[in-house]
Ligand binder design. Structure first.
Ligand SMILES: *Cc1c(COP(=O)(O)O)cnc(C)c1O
Length: 471
């Protein structure tokens, strides 16, 4: 399996090559040259597999430069009961309203990003070991991605993490989660600025090509193909658990921001998994909902991106969306380039003439959830089912309700646990969300963080002093 770019300007590459790269050299995103398909008999034969075994079966279809036995070791190291709380790894939790939650947030940071990151951590270590190489992951975070990356990469050979976060602007829970890590290869840097300024420092350093190659700077952002591949697995898992025989259809509802999570569902469907609908839920930042309703893709400037109570979906530009557009335009890179040229020119592009295909060919439908919807949904689900859901998952449940059909199971992807977003839970239910046992004393543990001015030069110096020297 080779990988190509959505813009058509990259020589075919292997999985291990694109694993360590961000954008393709032509500015596009890496994609498999063809989508493998799974027939009914194979799918049925997977019913008794554990999560890790299923992950091996699916990931071998996309990864042919890691021997299957080694890949199996990596998936078993990533998807362990000790890391995800139970043998199931991803439990299904039925609600009384006819929906079922797909429990993706049982990992160390209580959000679904652990599902892909835990595999990525294993894959990075493996590939760097093989190549005798080192990698310094540089990133900016306002919460979920940074912590998932740190928990996945802590203590891993060959890789260090330099994670910038805005000083004083994360919840005390988020700070404690990241800053209490004492591993020597994890560097938390609290920048005196806002998230966008952290991001600017990362861009300045990653754009300094000489520095980038000298210090082997890499990224784990949401455009990484390996993250998408790892996320495909849980759509199969959810389908296998929610059905009892071949051909039965299931719909999935996905709280969406950068379009990474639901893109994995799109690939699962293209691979032949009987998915009826992919229900995309946005919050007040409804750029993607607008696209699926009108065919016009019009990202908002940062100044027009609302800060909402489902903050991990406060995205203006959906970084993975280009991969879906590539399929929509029959995998023609020239047409993708034309869209992104129009975007650069006019700030939008219009695929309105393709609108009938969104649902009929690809199963996509969409809806919006607001702060009031979120509170009402958290309250209603708690009252009816006795289950507390987080604000992002609540957006998924709210929109899923608009697309329920008799006889078709609706699986809502649980993208975080409520403990992470205590304020909104308190506002909705009048009570704070209970913290998992293991995290109750997190606040009291010593924190390890470096406070730094908002200055790319200082950050460069810090990396020079702390990056391991390549062999
Ligand atoms: C990242 C995140 C999302 C959005 O997922 P995308 O893959 O960016 O669409 C939704 N909910 C939570 C809790 C997240 O952390």
């Amino acid at each position: 399996m080779k990988y190509l770019s959505t813009r058509g300007g990259m020589a075919p590459q292997s999985f291990s090559d694109i694993l360590l790269e961000g954008l393709a050299p032509d500015g596009g995103l890496a994609l498999p040259e063809s989508i493998p398909t799974i027939d009914e008999a194979t799918l049925e034969s997977w019913r008794s597999l554990s999560y890790a075994e299923l992950a091996t079966r699916i990931l071998t279809l996309f990864i042919d430069d890691i021997p299957p036995a080694d890949l199996d070791r990596l998936t078993h190291a990533a998807y362990r009961a000790e890391v995800f709380g139970s043998q199931a790894i991803v439990p299904l939790k039925p609600l009384r309203n006819g929906m079922t939650l797909l429990g993706l947030s049982e990992g160390p940071t209580l959000a679904f990003k652990d599902m892909a990151m835990q595999f990525l951590g294993q894959a990075f270590e493996y590939v760097l070991d093989k190549r005798g190489a080192t990698l310094n992951i540089l990133g900016a975070t306002s919460g979920d991605t940074g912590s998932a990356a740190e928990y996945a990469l802590r203590g891993k050979r060959g890789v260090s993490v330099f994670m910038l976060s805005p000083h004083g602007r994360m919840s005390s829970f988020q700070r404690a989660q990241m800053y209490t890590l004492q591993d020597a290869n994890i560097h938390n840097i609290a920048v005196k600025g806002v998230f966008d300024e952290c991001q600017d420092i990362v861009k300045a350093i990653a754009g300094d090509l000489a520095f980038k190659s000298q210090y082997h700077i890499g990224a784990v952002n949401s455009i990484n193909w390996a993250r998408i591949a790892a996320q495909i697995v849980y759509y199969f898992w959810g389908w296998l658990r929610a059905t009892s025989g071949p051909g039965q259809q299931v719909s999935f509802a996905v709280p969406s921001g950068n379009f990474g999570n639901i893109l994995a569902g799109h690939f699962a469907r293209q691979m032949g998994l009987p998915i009826r609908r992919l229900v995309l839920a946005t919050n007040e930042n409804n750029v993607l909902e607008e696209f699926f309703r009108t065919g016009v893709y019009r990202p908002r400037p940062a100044a027009h991106t609302h800060a909402t109570s489902s903050p991990s979906m406060d995205i203006s530009r959906a970084s993975n969306f280009e991969r879906f557009v590539f399929d929509l335009l029959d995998r023609d890179p020239a047409r993708v380039r034309a869209c992104w040229d129009a975007l650069a020119d006019k700030g939008e592009f219009d695929l309105g003439e393709m609108r009938p295909l969104f649902e009929s060919r690809y199963g996509f439908v969409a809806g919006v959830s607001t702060h009031a919807d979120r509170l009402e949904t958290i309250r209603a689900v708690h009252q009816d089912s006795g289950v507390l859901i987080d604000p992002h998952t609540a957006d998924g449940v709210k929109v899923a309700a608009e697309y329920m059909e008799p006889g078709i199971p609706m699986l809502v992807l649980e993208t975080a646990l409520p403990a992470k977003f205590g304020d909104t839970i308190l506002e909705a239910t009048g009570k704070p969300a209970p913290l998992p046992e293991a995290l109750r004393n997190l606040d009291e543990l010593p924190q390890r963080v470096v406070l730094m001015a908002c200055d790319a030069g200082q950050m460069r110096d810090y990396i020079r002093q702390h990056a391991p020297v390549a062999a």
